[in-house]
Design a protein around this ligand. Sequence first.
Ligand code: 13P
Length: 241
Amino acid sequence: MKLIVANWKSNPSTHAEAIRLAKEIDWKGVVIVPPFIYLEAISDVLKNASLGAQDVSPNDVGPHTGEIAPRQLIDLKVEYVIVGHSERRKAGETDEEIQKELVATLNAGLKAVLCVGESAEVRKNGFEAAKKFVKEQLESVFSGLSQSLKVMSYELYVAYEPIWAIGTGTTDTPESAAEMASFIKQLMVNSYKLSVNVLYGGSLNASNAKSFLSRSEIGGALVGGASLRSDEFKKIVETTQ
Ligand code: 13P
């Protein structure tokens, strides 16, 4: 079954709207990832969907003002954490911090969705340049990671989200996204002996979802804007059934 992750980012603006929307899209195979402040209330109403967080502290509970530790998420029945979203990277998160967050996530027994993807500037130089960029992003996170992992089994997703496709209405082509997904999977197995599922993200909507999600290489989707409209999101989820 393909995984459809609803990344609400900094939406919606009220608690009531968040609860209403969560109830509307509470389907199996969906991960709802609201802002931190709505996690607890949504956790209480979900019957079918899973819950995710948009970020996590690399630190355990303690004197870390403004941070949310993995075990605090687990207490709210959060199962997934998005790590290294390009909007977090833009806000200043470094590869080193992202590696620490990934380790903290997996060591706590949470499932991780690690985001990678190139800028328009990189893609201008062609698809091979994009692959090289993504490879370097993965290397910077996974080199040396196995020594820090305390757990034997973990569930890891890599979300390929080209930055130029996020919120722009322009997607990558399904062919390129599928090729990138294969490339990532091969790299992860060959270099790190890790088997991962690859999600596509970037302007996915009801009209284009099928062309991506029907590809065997693509294990699901990371959906931003379209996950805030239940009718639109329903059509995306339906393409996987
Ligand atoms: P959009 O679906 O709004 O392009 O956002 C994609 C994204 O960043 C999901 O994490």
